[in-house]
Write a protein that binds this ligand. Structure first.
Ligand code: G6Q
Length: 546
């Protein structure tokens, strides 16, 4: 790639300056930093697009922030942002533009790809989705036996599943409560069987969501769904048209499967799977929350896009959070990031972020194929609070690893119940406080602990965290949060000069599985792999009793 710098970013002057600075500040404790600057918590915060970010509990000084900004500039982050929004083919290894931002561009905007404005096409699909969703939600769309559709089952995997599941759970409060939504992803037959065991075929619609329409898991599940549907509807092939719709870029394969392209909702090769929940892949979301709710979600995404595109770096939420994540990862050696939403509806948000962050930034080479020269994407994980506090938080507080945390809280509960919400929020604030300031041996002793117990009850503190506060979990708020993390990922990838939009690392296993499938037949010739894989295949053949 001609615009990739010749050297890894870690060999440049901005990185060297950060390394020197890190050696100077790494021993500083957040206790001292707050003591010497009593207004730190009011200073190191940023509010934009309705999100309040407190980043004061990171192990940073004003100089750290300046040096990180310098790194962003030296790495060409501004140019990369402009290139993405311009529709340049920044996914170099696949030769594609990266334009999920076009999916939420308002009607009338112009974003060009290969000389054509893609925005009108986006709105054409959205309008078709809206029309379809309203027909299904109102009962105007009838199933094969004339009954209305009450159950929607999305069949997809990876980017064609994680976003839809997460968004459905997140926006359940706003969803049509007279309908049931299920999601089938795993090729493990249990997933399909359990998702459909209490459903009636004549009230059930399947959305087959697959960009390529060739994915093994999805096509296997789609065929099982077809069989299940036809069995429940008397075997009449014409029933498929009333009970199956497709979301795909592959019209030919959709027709071949037996779904009319009238019932197909398209998207484009410039939408990556893990960036597609706001494309037609979000059809189940729209069916759940309605077209207005979906448009509100898109408006939230767009507000964050505009903030990312236009705000100066020092006031730019995704840039700042991306840089802080990089500081913790590359300079403090933090190998993971915990995302801890204090909002039950966001229970699938960490799982969603795992794909977004790890499939995007789990890369070992730069855009030009040269070695990246530093650690790239950290492991993302998490669970909603307060549940995690009663399990893995022990390790975050007193373990030997540094685990930066992103806490997410909301000012208002969607389900006010007694003082539950105050209790929830008291906990999120308490966790950030405990992680940062800990509890010294002196404080433990002063409470009367015997000497031998003091080390066990001491909290070292100095554990970094961000706290994000929003008013309320609405569709718009969800869009802003997802776009925030998309652009955090982008920021880091731009600095490391990696391709955040390909996923070659998932290919090898898929190819090997295809080779193994026929070998599982007991009558097949002896498998021809390494001795471990051969023995596993042989044992499986015995265990399955064929
Ligand atoms: C996401 C990945 C991957 C993809 C799935 C499903 O960025 O590309 O998770 O979404 O493999 O692919 P299909 O939508 O083509 O079935």
């Amino acid at each position: 790639m001609s615009d990739t710098p010749l050297k890894p970013v870690s060999q440049g002057p901005a990185w060297a300056a950060l390394a020197t600075h890190h050696a100077q500040v790494k021993q500083q404790h957040l206790r001292q930093l707050f003591k010497s600057d009593p207004k730190r918590g009011e200073r190191l915060r940023l509010e934009a697009a309705g999100i309040y970010l407190d980043y004061s509990k990171n192990r940073i000084t004003d100089e750290t922030l300046q040096l990180l900004q310098g790194l962003a500039k030296e790495a060409g982050l501004r140019e990369r942002i402009d290139a993405m929004f311009r529709g340049d083919k920044i996914n170099v290894s696949e030769g594609r533009a990266v334009l999920h931002v076009a999916l939420r561009a308002p009607r009338g905007a112009t974003i060009m790809v290969d000389g054509a404005n893609v925005v009108p096409g986006v709105h054409e699909v959205l309008d078709r989705m809206a029309d379809f969703s309203e027909r299904v939600r109102s009962g105007a769309w009838k199933g094969h036996t004339g009954k209305r559709i009450r159950n929607v089952v999305n069949i997809g995997i990876g980017g064609s599943d994680l976003g839809p599941v997460m968004a459905y759970e997140a926006l359940r409060h706003y969803s049509a409560r007279d309908m049931t939504f299920r999601f089938v992803s795993n090729v493990d037959g249990t997933d399909f069987v359990e998702a459909t065991h209490d459903l009636e075929a004549d009230e059930t619609m399947f959305i087959v969501s697959s960009k390529t329409f060739t994915t093994l898991e999805t096509m296997t599940n789609a065929h099982s769904a077809r069989d299940w549907s036809l069995a429940g509807l008397g075997g009449d092939e014409s029933a498929v048209a009333k009970h199956f719709v497709a979301v795909s870029t592959n019209a030919e394969a959709v027709s071949k499967f037996g779904i009319s392209t009238d019932n197909m909702f398209g998207f484009w090769d410039w939408v990556g799977g893990r960036y597609s929940m706001d494309s037609a892949i979000g059809l189940s979301t729209m069916l759940a929350v309605g077209a207005d709710g979906f448009r509100e979600l898109l408006a939230g995404f767009h507000e964050m896009d505009e903030h990312f595109r236009t705000a100066p770096f020092e006031q730019n939420l995704p840039v700042l959070m991306g840089l802080l994540a990089l500081w913790n990862n590359n300079f403090f050696g933090a190998q993971t990031v915990a995302v801890l939403p204090y909002e039950q509806y966001l229970k699938r948000f960490p799982a969603y972020l795992q794909q977004l962050t790890m499939e995007s930034n789990g890369k070992h080479v730069r855009l030009d194929g040269g070695p990246v020269g530093c650690d790239t994407g950290p492991v993302y994980w998490g669970e909603p609070g307060t549940n995690g506090q009663h399990s893995f938080y022990q390790l975050i507080h007193q373990g030997t690893r540094l685990i930066p945390c992103d806490f997410i809280g909301f000012g208002q509960s969607l389900n006010p119940l007694g003082n539950h919400h105050d209790l929830l929020l008291a906990n999120v604030f308490a966790q950030g406080e405990a992680l940062a300031f800990g509890k010294t041996p002196e404080e433990v002793k002063a409470e009367g602990s015997p000497d031998w117990l003091v080390p066990h009850r001491t909290f070292e503190g100095n554990r970094p965290s961000n706290t994000l506060l929003l008013e309320k979990l609405t569709p718009a708020a969800l869009g802003k949060l997802v776009a925030l993390y998309e652009h955090i990922v982008f920021t880091q990838a731009a600095i490391w000069h990696i391709d955040a939009f390909d996923q070659w690392g998932v290919e090898l296993g898929k190819v090997l599985a295809q080779r193994i499938i026929p070998e599982l037949d007991a009558k097949a010739a002896a498998p021809a792999h390494d001795s471990s894989t051969n023995a596993l295949i042989e044992r499986y053949r015995q265990l399955k009793g064929a």
